[in-house]
Design a protein around this ligand. Structure first.
Ligand code: ADP
Length: 302
């Protein structure tokens, strides 16, 4: 560069030792002679390793802060959506109850036929029950979200719980002409009996609800350190694009108004959280028109 016009310049360099890497900075100022020609460079060399590290740390912190801000904004949006949906879900059955109640307070407005009166009473009861299930589910979900759901874990014989829960829904299934079969290895898991029953009951009730013919097969078997539970039905199945969403609160594969009154859309969200609280996992495989298999695993009791 001698002879050319050049101003002060800086350059960074990496110095590698046996076990250390350091960053250096050279600041060079060309000094010219009386003819304006560069005579020599005034050079300052400093070790900027610490400054560099701090800059890197600062960059990482900025990225982390940005991510935390985005997470908080996402959570906030989800909460608002959840609240919106929740108020809608609560209002729908309440509207039916409040819409029908004046008929009872003013008997002049009541229909003449006892069948029609019974129908109104059934509507009120059905929507009242729906409201109760919804509120219980909401209490469960918020307890889990707040980290307040405590498990009373015990050593549980899987076969006892599975057959017990199946018996509690067998009549419901038989009324639809659907049988339930259990194939269960003699296993023990560490679980909260009430919550394990709730998990099985949710999955079995769905299997019955969404099956019109065929049977439900419940299998429990050992896989490495886990007990694997499989609830297999021959029902309507679930479209593949809906598979991930059904574990989210209020998501239903078919949300038409005729179908909606049959469930809260919270069952699988609660089921997934309960399985995860037990340090287990849940997933689903399904073929529309052929049926679904929900599989969850729980750690074995050693
Ligand atoms: P709910 O049953 O109250 O609607 P869930 O959270 O239990 O809510 O289920 C969410 C949705 O997942 C259901 O509305 C249904 O569309 C779908 N689903 C769940 N289980 C099954 C099943 N065994 N067969 C077909 N669809 C199912």
């Amino acid at each position: 560069l001698r002879g050319e016009e050049i101003g002060p310049y800086e350059l960074e360099f990496i110095a590698r030792g046996d076990d250390k890497i350091r960053t250096g900075l050279v600041i060079a100022t060309p000094i010219t002679d009386s003819d304006g020609q560069i005579d020599h460079d005034l050079i300052m060399v400093s070790d900027i390793t610490e400054r560099k590290l701090q800059e890197e740390r600062l960059k990482d912190m900025i990225v982390e802060l940005k991510e935390a801000k985005e997470d908080a904004e996402r959570a906030n949006k989800l909460k608002s959506e959840f609240l919106n949906m929740m108020s809608h879900e609560l209002r729908t059955p309440l509207t039916v109850i409040l819409g029908n109640a004046p008929l009872l307070t003013d008997p002049g407005d009541l229909p003449d036929s006892p069948e029609e009166i019974a129908e109104i009473a059934q509507d009120i009861e059905k929507d009242g029950q729906h409201l109760l299930v919804l509120i219980n589910d909401l209490l469960d979900i918020s307890k889990i979200e707040a980290g307040k759901m405590e498990l009373n874990k015990d050593s549980v014989f899987v076969k006892d719980i599975a057959s017990n829960t199946i018996e509690s829904v067998r009549l419901l299934a038989e009324q639809k002409g659907i049988g339930i079969e259990l194939i269960c290895e003699p296993l023990q898991v560490k679980a909260d009996i009430v919550r394990l029953k709730q998990i099985l009951l949710n999955l079995l009730s769905n299997a019955i609800k969404f099956t019109t013919q065929g049977k439900i097969l419940v299998k429990v078997f050992k896989e490495v350190e886990k007990a694997v539970f499989q609830i297999q039905d021959t029902g309507c199945g679930i479209e593949s694009k809906m598979l991930a969403a059904i574990f989210e609160p209020f998501k239903q594969a078919d949300s038409s108004s005729t179908r909606k009154a049959e469930g809260t859309g919270l069952g699988l969200a609660i089921t997934k959280k309960l399985v995860e609280l037990h340090k287990g996992q849940i997933h689903v495989k399904s073929k529309p028109g052929k049926g679904s298999t929900f599989t969850f695993s729980l750690p074995l009791d050693k």
